[in-house]
Structure formats: C-alpha cells, structure tokens
Design a protein around this ligand. Structure first.
Ligand code: ADP
Ligand code: ZN
Length: 435
C-alpha cells in the first residue's frame, strides 16, 4: 500500500525531528541566495540559530509580491549551471512568478508524485492519460514524471481535443486520468452527447482532480459520470507544483507530505497561527529544495487542518478541500462569499449542466449578481413553466448558502466561455463604476 512506508508512516516525533534537521539544512542553502543572505543578516538569523520548529517563526513570510520583487534570480540559491528547468505559476492572480529547479529538485518532486499515485492504487500495469496542461504550468509535467517513475505507460495527451482524448482512451485502454475538474465536467457531457457509456466503453477507474477549487458535489458528479474513484490533488508552483498534498483512499482530506514541507496555518489578518480545526491560510516551507528554497510561503489558500491520525496509517497531517484563495472572496451587498459555495450548490442540482459563470455588476447603485447556468438541451427546450420553477429552485438553494438571492439566467449547453486551464468563474464589472 505504501510507496515509501518509512517516510509515509514515520511516527510524529521522528517526523518533526526530521523536519527540524531539514529546516536547518534549508536555511543553510537559502543563505546562498541574494534575498536570504540580506534578510538573514538583517534579522540576525544563522543556520545554527534555527534549532526548533518555534525558531522557524523568526523568519519573515514570503508572498507572491516578494517573489515578484525578486524576479528573476533573487531567490536562486545555486549557480545557474546547476539549474535544469524553470516553471512558472499560471498567473491566476497577476504577473506569474518563476521557479528554478536543480536535477535533485526534480527528482524529489517526481518521487512525491509517484508516492501520491501509488497511494491510491496506481500500479505499473496501468495506463495513465495526462489530460492536464503541459508547458510552464507544473500540473502536466509534474504528474508525467511521477507516473513514469512509478512505471505506468504515460499518454501525454494534454488538455482539450475531447474526441482525440476518447480515441486514445479506447485504443490504449486508459485506466488512470489526471484532469482539471471544470474540464472533467465538460468531458462527461461530451461523452453523453456521443452516447459513450464509460462503464461499458472505457476502462478508466482512477482520476486525479487538481489545480482549482472544487466541491464534494463536483467530485461525486465526476465519479458518477466517469465511473471512477476521483482523488483531490493540491499543489502550487512555488512549492514545486502538484504533490504537496493528496488524498488517500479514505477520501477524508489530503495528506500534506510533511517530510518535504512544513505546514503552518495562519489567520490571514493577524498572521498568528490558528488552532487545529480552524480555517486559515496555508503557509508552506519547502524542506528539500536546492535551487530555490522558499521559507514560509503564504499561499492565500484557505483550508482547515485535520490533525487526527488517518485510518490509512499515514502519519502526515491532512487538510480539507481548499475553500478558495483569500483573493477569491466576493463581497456582495456587504455579504462575504466564495465561488466554491455557488459551485457546490449548483453541482448538487441534477438539471444543472457542466458550466456556469458569476457576473457582478452595479444596478441602481446596488451590487447585483447574475449567475448564468448551463442546462441540458432537453431542459432548455422543455416546458417554460418548468424552466421557471428550476430558476426559482436554484435561486432558493443559493440563497440558503450565500444569503443573497442572485438573478439566475439559464443558458444552452456550451454557450458559456470555457478555458483549457483553470476555469474563470467570476467576472466583476463593478470596478468600472468606481468601486
Ligand atoms: P497560480 O497561483 O498562478 O494559479 P499555480 O499553477 O501554481 O499558479 O496554481 C496553484 C494554485 O492553484 C494553488 O495555490 C491553489 O490556489 C490552486 N489549487 C491547486 N490545486 C488545488 C486543489 N486541489 N484545490 C483547490 N485549489 C487548488
Ligand atoms: Zn490517509
């Protein structure tokens, strides 16, 4: 069941001891970068002064802005000839940042991904179709290397071109896929349109869903629609990419690989640690990076830690689904909400199709929210009264989740814009009104 039972099941005391040792080494490495050498001098931090987990808190946080200010080489802790690859974040919230890797960094990262995949039952005899973007984005290539290390046949399909994806799945009997959840929903709809029954016509049994927030309702839809077990996969380019946290077969939260990362959870306002079980911002310290060590990176991602031991036997703590980034919060008429709450509500309604869009506007000096919701062709062309009832039901369910009543517009399948990468869910037109 374990790819690396020694590291995956290490008792907590040894794991924490191991983290402190690695932290000490990381601080030593980081001191070679322009950014940290100056910072450590200013803060009087030496590798020897970092002896316990509490000492970590002496090191200031890093944010995306810090990385942008130090772009491109400020964090580089080794000579340029030792780096073998660069990656970039997707740039979801502004100018992308760049991360450099040495060969050892790539090796360590690859090992973590092999561990994740093995954990949920992937074996060398499997055929892995990687439907995630390749290129500067870390999602595709990270899994690609991990799956090769594990020994599966890898089909580097990338995203999009749904007909070709299906052809590859049939021809090579794909058993495992990696896919962005918003694309998975679209993919399922296309299968239906083509009259393909995954249980009858395909061989897929395991799917990895990552790169964007998604709810339990979406997971259930994808599992049902594809006849697979789907697992949540979390990561970010600043910490290598996918493979930072991953669900085990218990599906009760994602194990954070604490032999490679230190996880802290803070209150984003006060920046003080929150108690286990309370929601907060995830902060990570990479423990095995040579090329570009980053200490105490503020992800802006909000989640809860589950500290209890997991039935699978792994000792690494788990985190909940990501609620979204702190930056994703919508404030409408003074009420705070996250797009994931809207997604969760919509995906639990069976008549709702695979895509939706949230539009924020000003109307008569008031905030106004319109949610465009794709429905199936049958529903769309059906009885008008029924459509009206569906709209009312969606608005009512949303109201009990987000406490405001949005205007619902039901639209035809495939009429809303769709991206090959992370879905763009919210369009905020309020800025043009000077808000
Ligand atoms: P960017 O920050 O520009 O989107 P990345 O491609 O590095 O660049 O994306 C990492 C981010 O994607 C994470 O910080 C998180 O917000 C989001 N993310 C990744 N995996 C998941 C997941 N399983 N659930 C929710 N959000 C995720
Ligand atoms: Zn587990």
């Amino acid at each position: 069941m374990f790819w690396d039972s020694y590291n995956e099941t290490m008792d907590r005391a040894s794991l924490e001891e191991h983290q402190v040792e690695l932290l000490h080494k990381t601080v030593e490495t980081a001191a070679h970068s322009a950014y940290y050498s100056e910072l450590f001098k200013k803060e009087r931090i030496t590798p020897d002064s970092i002896k316990t987990m509490d000492d970590l808190r002496r090191i200031p946080f890093v944010t995306k802005d810090t990385l942008r200010e130090e772009y491109p080489y400020g964090f580089l802790a080794t000579s340029k000839e030792n780096i073998v690859r660069l990656h970039s974040s997707s740039g979801t919230t502004g100018r992308p940042t760049v991360i450099f890797h040495t060969m050892n960094d790539i090796n360590e990262w690859t090992g973590l991904l092999a561990r994740c995949m093995y954990m949920v039952g992937v074996r060398p005899k499997d055929v892995f179709q990687n439907m995630m973007g390749y290129g500067l984005f870390t999602g595709g290539i990270g899994f690609h290397y991990g799956a090769e290390r594990l020994g599966t046949l890898v089909i580097p399909a990338g995203p999009g071109n749904t007909t070709r994806q299906i052809m590859l799945m049939k021809e090579f009997e794909t058993t495992v896929i990696h896919i962005i959840p918003s694309y998975a929903l679209y993919f399922i709809k296309t299968l239906e349109e083509m009259n393909i029954d995954p249980n009858r016509d395909l061989h897929i049994k395991i799917g990895f869903l990552g790169a964007e927030p998604h709810s339990e309702a979406t997971r259930r839809r994808i599992e049902k629609g594809l006849g697979i077990d789907a697992y949540n996969s979390y990561g970010l380019s600043e910490m290598c990419g996918p493979g930072v946290a991953f669900e085990c077969q218990e599906k009760q939260g994602m194990h954070v690989w604490e032999d490679s990362y230190i996880l802290e959870v803070i209150d984003p306002e006060t920046m003080e640690p929150v108690k286990d079980g309370e929601e907060g911002e995830l902060v990570f310290t990479a423990l095995k990076r040579e090329g570009m060590p980053i200490l105490r990176y503020r992800t802006r991602d909000l989640a809860v830690v589950y500290p209890e031991p997991c039935a699978c036997g792994r000792t690494h703590r788990r985190i909940s689904r990501i609620k979204g980034r702190a930056d994703d919060m919508i404030i409408l008429k003074g009420v705070n909400m996250y797009p994931i709450q809207i997604e969760k509500t919509l995906m639990a309604i069976s008549e709702v199709g695979s895509n939706f869009q949230i539009i924020l506007d000003r109307k008569d000096d008031n905030d106004h929210m319109i949610i465009k919701v794709e429905v199936s062709n049958d529903v769309f062309q059906g009885d008008l009264k029924q459509l009206q009832r569906l709209r009312e039901r969606i608005a009512k369910n949303l109201n009990s989740e987000i406490l405001v009543t949005p205007e619902i517009e039901l639209v035809e399948p495939n009429s809303l814009p769709r991206s090959e990468g992370k879905a763009v869910r919210v369009i905020d037109n309020r800025d043009q009104w000077g808000n």
